[in-house]
Design a protein around this ligand. Sequence first.
Ligand code: HEM
Ligand SMILES: [Cu+2]
Length: 484
Amino acid sequence: MSEAIQYDAAENRAGLTGVKAYLLTSLLVFALMMLAGVVLRAAQGAYINIPPEVFYQIMTLHGAGMVGIAGFAGAGVLWYFLRQYVRLNGKVLWLNYFIFLGGVVLILAAILIGGFAGAWTFLYPLPAQSMGLWSPTAATAYMLGLLVIGTGFLLLYLDIGIALIKRYGGLGRALGVPMMFGAKVDPSHPTTVVAGTMVLIVNFTGIAAGAVVLALCLFNLWQPEYKLDPLLIKNLIYFFGHVFINATIYSGVVAVYELLPKYTGRPWNVSRPFLYAWGAATLMVLAVYPHHLLMDFVMPPWMLVMGQVLSYLSGIPVLAITAYGALTIVYRSGIRWDAASACMLIAMFGWAGGVIPAVIDGTLMVNKVMHNTMWVPGHFHFYLLLGLLPMVIGVCYYLSNNRENGGKPLVDTAALAIYFFGAMGLILAFLAGGADSVPRRWAEHFESWRFLGQLSAVAGGLTLLGFLVITLRNLVKLPQAKIA
Ligand code: HEM
Ligand SMILES: [Cu+2]
């Protein structure tokens, strides 16, 4: 069922250099965007003084840059492992790489030259009504940039989708649907194929919705008499945004499924609970997004109730089955610890830890108080900094160290520790701000809030420092690493 795909030399080279390019580009962009984040926190802590419109430009850059590169890095990780089981096209991987860069240029121009500062969520009618801060051209460049990036991703997913269908005779089979409903469970069906199929289904849907809403907003920008329904637009944007950022983790988690078995010498086989969890997540990730609209009282009540109830259910099954699987596979396995295997365990911690404040905020009564406070950046920085990023970093280390085997240089251990504790400090200060009702997305903070900003500026600086060392180490080793 799962004998590995054979690639010829040229295909192999295109694909594997592509994977390296994705990973290294991601590390560099993550580092640059972290610097932007530290600047934001330093400004909120009044360590530095920047004009509010510049704060919002940097915030837009940080938000859009981080979300985009998170998706890009997740795609690189998923692609690398999935190509073992289905025949993926390295040229399409590269095509998406260059389309992505093209989109980035548009977005950078919109923000840095055009002064666009409408936040990565481009909530209608903000891009069109800038109160003179940016022109419709700048807003166009920004939204066109997102549209271009989305198109690249859709092409990449198209190739993945075709490959999955060719190999497994349908997406349902790849996801393991027949095995959920009675067919004998085939333990050799790859976990990565199940996860990859889920990501493909949800992210294709999410990005397609994103493309629709971007096209509508672009049209409105140049034909202002063509009015849009703000509530519908907000629903579409958050549907897209929720799915896209969640899909980054669901892509990255295949690293855990693939690497832990290699480090422990124990297989990670699919089981019925595993398939149920991923099957349920496929549906729920698409339906949970109204938890972003809990304070929009004009929403149909049933949707808000669905948003709350699914918030409890949506993330939990896959997280539980993965965390449980990870713990049982590691327990008494005599696992070989190095930077890569340590990252996988940090990732499980960060993902699980970040889900807790997320679920709390998905509760209507809590959201009444916590909505748009620092609690929100608190939860998503938790599972992105300590969940997704360790998955990506771990894969970089795994590929960099390949064949060198063993050895855990002190510098890597130290860099990871600094990164970890810096990120924890940053996250806890965000959450403490949330508990104190400090609003998110405010350029200027009251005197009494500044201490938390200063604390996080230092913690964020440490995070960046650790991450820079990690980046440099991989920048030196990964390009020459022989990977298969
Ligand atoms: C050194 C690390 C980081 C620092 C210091 C940092 C700092 C910040 C700050 C200060 C904000 C604005 C908070 C506010 O609403 O007032 C923010 C927002 C945000 N950050 Fe980070 N961040 C870091 C890493 C990351 C990472 C790794 C990601 C994703 C992979 C990320 C994604 C975001 C997103 C999506 C927003 C929301 C922007 C918006 O509200 O429009 N950040 N960050
Ligand atoms: Cu959400």
